[in-house]
Design a protein around this ligand. Structure first.
Ligand SMILES: *Cc1c(COP(=O)(O)O)cnc(C)c1O
Length: 407
């Protein structure tokens, strides 16, 4: 393996990469001493000291990437995490870290767009992504046009002379439509349009987005990378063509993460593979069970053959994670609240990706403009954590009984 992880002969499988990534000897050892520690420690720094004025001048005149320069440019703790995320994303030239997933999305869009440009945004996008388009990009002079997540090759008809970028999120994190990523990226490359994806649900472990032709892949690390519901963070990995510009934009906006947070995220990353496998197994078991319940109209989980996106999911993804929704048959807001409020093993809260289960009422109609959300009743989003799925099913069974009684 080469130091920068770009060895073309590197055939390590993803789980092996997860265990080894980001552990460069210069970040885990002492100069001039053999051996070293396993994980890069927390390097806290603002000021970096130079030997003399000549050293200071030389440092300022050369690249500051992955070199101690000033605290804002990071220390080995953050570089190690970024490097590990780059190793997890085939085709990535580098990764930048941000204090939240939303900061990562905003900064990636700012790196690509300029006033006068048009952005194509998937209609099922995470709600704050839409807010960024409307409240930051629009006043800045970038027009956002929303498109149907199932548009596939039809995206070609929406590309005009000033279309600069297409933003994807697959599956959508409330309604779980799967996008035809290779069809969209092939057309985008052909027309010179840049593609970005919010890959938080699948992570590069289950959807190697850049290998499917995406230029820029964004993760809310807050979710599965951290995995323990105790750190906010975002990351953006990009191809060789886009990474320098992405990095410069992050520097200009002063984006960085604390070394303590980077260290916690790196600790979470090591177990991503086994956590996702368990999230996947438990969520699929619960989704299949829900599908058979008379109170449930539909389960929105791409891993189920009944899901409209199942064929695309099977073709492009190597796994499913723990987040999905279901639509109730009839019933109102009050009946849905009766279901959720009495759950013993599900917290009620935003976010997801931690070890614990969560339930959330979702109302997708409020966040769409290019498509219409039509449903048989109210919807609930579940994040299936690492608890025993039998306990979660018993809990949901009692919840559906409460729903029935209240409906
Ligand atoms: C949570 C989330 C984000 C934003 O991440 P934060 O760290 O909360 O800012 C972005 N995209 C998706 C799909 C998310 O679920």
């Amino acid at each position: 393996m080469s130091d920068d992880g770009t060895d073309p002969k590197d055939d390590r499988r993803p789980l092996t990469r997860l265990a080894q990534a980001g552990r460069r000897p210069e970040w885990t050892g002492m100069p001039g001493q053999p051996g070293g520690i396993v994980s890069p420690p927390v390097w806290r720094a603002s000021t970096i000291l130079y030997d003399d004025v000549a050293h200071l001048r030389k440092a300022a005149a050369s690249s500051t990437h992955e070199r101690l320069f000033y605290g804002r440019k990071g220390t080995p703790t953050a570089w190690s995490l970024a490097d590990a995320l780059t190793e997890m994303e085939p085709e990535a030239a580098g990764t930048m870290l941000y204090p939240s997933g939303v900061a990562a999305i905003g900064c990636a869009l700012m790196a690509v767009l300029k006033p006068g440009d048009r952005l194509l945004m998937v209609d099922s996008a995470y709600d704050p992504t839409r807010n960024f388009c409307e409240q930051v990009l629009r006043p800045w002079g970038v027009e956002t046009v929303y498109y149907d997540p199932t548009i596939g090759e039809g995206i070609a008809g929406l590309i005009s002379d000033n279309t600069r970028a297409i933003f994807l999120e697959s599956p959508g994190s409330l309604t779980f439509e799967v996008q035809d990523v290779p069809a969209i990226t092939a057309i985008a490359r052909d027309r010179g349009v840049t593609t970005l994806i919010d890959n938080t649900w699948a992570t590069p472990l289950y959807l190697p987005a850049l290998s499917l032709g995406v230029d820029i892949s964004i993760l809310a690390c807050t979710k599965y990378i951290v995995g323990h519901s105790d750190v906010m963070m975002g990351s953006v990995s990009a191809t060789e063509a886009w990474f320098p510009r992405l990095r410069q934009t992050a520097y200009l906006f002063g984006q960085m993460v604390s070394p303590d947070d980077a260290w916690l995220a790196a600790r979470g990353l090591r177990t991503l593979g086994i956590r996702l496998r368990q999230h996947q197994d438990s969520a699929l078991a619960i989704a299949r069970w829900l599908e058979e319940q008379p109170e449930v109209a539909r389960v929105l989980h791409p891993g189920l053959p009944s899901s409209p996106g199942h064929a695309l999911w099977q073709r492009d993804f190597s796994g499913a994670t723990g987040l999905f929704s279901f639509v109730l048959k009839g019933g109102d807001e009050k009946a849905r609240a009766a279901l959720i409020d009495g759950l013993a093993h599900f917290g009620i809260g935003y976010s997801w990706g931690g070890f614990e289960s969560l339930a959330l009422p979702v109302d997708p109609a409020r966040y769409r403009s290019a498509t219409r959300w039509e449903a048989e009743g109210p919807a609930v989003r579940l994040h299936i954590g690492l608890e025993d799925p039998a306990d979660l099913i018993a809990d949901l069974d009692a919840g559906l009984a409460r729903f029935r009684a209240a409906a």
